[in-house]
Design a protein around this ligand. Structure first.
Ligand SMILES: Cc1cc2nc3c(=O)[nH]c(=O)nc-3n(C[C@H](O)[C@H](O)[C@H](O)COP(=O)(O)OP(=O)(O)OC[C@H]3O[C@@H](n4cnc5c(N)ncnc54)[C@H](O)[C@@H]3O)c2cc1C
Ligand code: FES
Length: 594
């Protein structure tokens, strides 16, 4: 007896691939056309047409499944860096759906390849969609209660499918619960006596204890220890705030010190971060609370501590305080991590890191991370220092370069008089970059340093044909509002006048309403939302005030703004109506969620 002919599938029986209950094999019970899987159940052996059809449909499922997984992963990364739990949930659901689709496609292909009988293939296909074990050997002709086996099987599968869907939903809720658990403050043991509640904490898996690391002193490093697993972008970047203990202080150069911070109660640091991110430090200095940002210079692979490296500014409030007053055993109030000036090695095949002075800190973090993780792409590390005496991390860089042939360190000293320096002398120039980096126009470039150096480097990169989109910058540049006025630094609590302060900013034309605080202020066309907020005592966190750090983000509920610099604002946040308060200006009325 020959196999029954393969029915032509009318389009109505082909469900979209995203449909977990039906598939291209046809919906059960459906439209009056006999579903393909039912035809398979009746076939004694697989016809070539049926085989081709199954292979094509399985391939489609695999394709759409893997596409959904990739998209879901990308969305999850974005959601994690944007701290958006709802988006995380949606992204996780997308990934799960993709896995289900790919699984069912793979199972059907396997069944065909193994030469399973048509009936078994049909059951496997359905199993792939319902997670029910396929039962073989059932007769399709007669069954109990006057029902055919076909109907009975269909009913069993329907019930099983519903149960499967409920189970999947339940498992999903549990996984989301687990994720939320990890994201909530309680998940990380809070240090005893930690004065601040944890606002949001990392999404990473429980960090493993790290072995001791290479000390970041100027002394020649010794044996490099193995590193622990680092947080991936998806695991990092959830904010935390609290106090950390100063465990060690290293002098790097005459004006630069590194501070190692640890959990007051030992154990791993209570947050994860991406290479290149920074922390915000808040300190009470001379009765005034001030905030400053410092890049985490240590690698995210080190879970026992974070280090930040500070240049002492002659008249700087925070940097002098840290250098002159802070000792081992003291506690520092930090929040973070913040920032989008990151590189994890997954973005591009190679990286060019150009820094000047203390702008070396994010580059050092990235380099430590990439070498710890055995990144195989080229790392071009270009640095400009005033003199060899001020060349921060010199010994460690030379040591790393010896060990990692893909790390190319090139430095130039502004002045080398009276030293044994045999390298380049002068500022970082177009020629210096060109000599150090082959085919720079196709590479991603990170730049950080004093504002004049950054401007010069950006101009040189433009001349070398590096597209703007490949250049990432971080400015430590002086925050307008950070330079202390003669009377003070930032007040601990800004003065809070009455709800509407019309005279706060002269020549104001528009109004800005701060919905959370219930205050309304005037917004002059040349003033930013942050200044309008400060004028009437609405607190908005800030650090750089130049649009790069991303701390001052606030949702814009109504109106439109222009922003001169948006480096600290991920495009997806901008698309969601988030603005940088330190940059947002408007000639029209605004409503801001602050
Ligand atoms: C994202 C980000 C990351 C950063 N990472 C680092 C880092 O890793 N390491 C680092 O060292 N810095 C870093 N910075 C810079 C850091 O945040 C501070 O801006 C820096 O330490 C200076 O702060 P301060 O309080 O000491 O100086 P401020 O008090 O803010 O003074 C700023 C400048 O003005 C000068 N000044 C102050 N008062 C006077 C006065 N009356 N007359 C003349 N001059 C005056 C000071 O000498 C100083 O140069 C980063 C900044 C940002 C935005
Ligand atoms: S304060 Fe840094 S971006 Fe606005």
């Amino acid at each position: 007896m020959g196999a029954p002919p393969l029915p032509m599938l009318p389009p109505a029986t082909i469900a979209p691939s995203g449909d977990a209950g039906c598939g291209a094999m046809g919906c059960m019970g459906g439209s009056g056309t006999k579903p393909f899987y039912a035809t398979l159940m009746d076939m004694p052996s697989l016809t070539p047409e049926a085989r081709r059809f199954i292979e094509t449909e399985a391939g489609k499922r695999l394709g759409s499944g893997s596409e959904a997984i990739t998209t879901g992963q990308a969305l999850l990364h974005h959601a994690l860096s944007a701290n958006d739990p709802a988006a995380m949930q949606r992204a996780i659901a997308d990934v799960r759906l993709g896995v289900l689709q790919a699984e069912s496609g793979a199972a059907a292909l396997l069944a065909v390849n193994e030469g399973q009988p048509p009936r078994q293939i049909a059951l496997t296909w359905i199993k792939g969609q319902t997670s029910v074990p396929a039962t073989v050997g059932m007769s399709m002709n007669e069954g109990p209660w006057g029902l055919s086996w076909y109907h009975l099987t269909t009913m069993v599968f329907l019930v099983a499918f519903m149960l499967g869907a409920i189970l999947i939903h339940y498992a999903r809720l549990r996984r989301i619960d687990g994720l939320v658990q990890r994201l909530t403050p309680g998940a990380t043991p809070a240090p005893a006596g930690n004065p601040k509640p944890v606002a949001r904490t990392d999404s990473g898996t429980a960090p493993k204890p790290a072995p001791p690391s290479v000390p970041t002193t100027s002394a020649a490093p010794t044996q490099k220890p193995p590193t622990t697993e680092a947080p991936t972008p998806a695991k990092a970047s959830m904010r935390w705030s609290g106090a950390l203990r100063v465990a060690q202080i290293f002098r790097e150069t005459p004006f630069v010190k590194t501070f190692r911070l640890m959990e007051p109660t030992e154990g791993p640091i209570p947050f994860s971060f991406l290479p290149g991110q920074f922390l915000n430090f808040s300190a009470e200095i001379d009765g005034k609370r001030i905030q400053r940002s410092y890049t985490i210079a240590s690698s995210p692979t080190q879970r026992d501590y974070v280090e930040f490296t500070v240049k002492r500014e002659d008249q700087g409030a925070e940097s002098r305080y840290l250098h002159d007053n802070i000792a081992v055993g003291d506690h520092l109030d930090v929040s973070g991590p913040f920032g989008v000036f990151t590189f994890t090695g997954t973005e591009t095949a190679s990286i060019v890191l150009i820094s000047g002075g203390v702008g070396i800190t994010p580059m050092m973090c990235v380099t430590r991370y990439l070498t710890d993780r055995n990144f195989t792409g080229d790392i071009f590390f270009l640095h400009g220092a005033r003199s060899t005496q001020n060349y921060i991390f010199r010994e460690e860089l030379e040591y790393l370069q010896k060990r990692h042939e893909n790390l190319h360190v090139v430095a130039t000293m502004e002045s080398a008089e009276g030293t044994a320096w045999s390298g380049t002398v002068g500022l970082i120039s177009k020629e210096f970059i060109e000599r150090a980096v082959p085919e720079i126009s196709r590479r991603r470039v990170h730049v950080c340093g004093p504002p004049p150096m950054m401007e010069a480097v950006k101009a040189a990169l433009a001349e070398l044909g590096v597209p703007n989109g490949k250049i990432k910058t971080e400015s430590f540049g002086l925050a307008k509002g950070a330079v202390p006025a003669p009377d003070a630094t930032l007040p601990a609590v800004p003065p809070a006048p009455s709800a509407t302060v019309a005279a706060a900013i002269p020549s104001a034309q528009a109004e800005v309403q701060f919905s959370k605080s219930g205050k309304t202020g005037l917004l002059a066309p040349d003033k930013c939302v942050l200044e309008a907020a400060e004028a009437i005592g609405v607190a908005i966190d800030f650090s750089c005030r130049v649009g790069t750090c991303g701390i001052c983000v606030v949702p814009l509920l109504d109106g439109s703004v222009t922003m001169e610099v948006e480096e600290g604002l991920p495009p997806e946040d901008k698309a969601r109506g988030i603005i940088l308060a330190c940059q947002a200006k408007s000639a029209g009325n605004l409503v801001v969620d602050a």
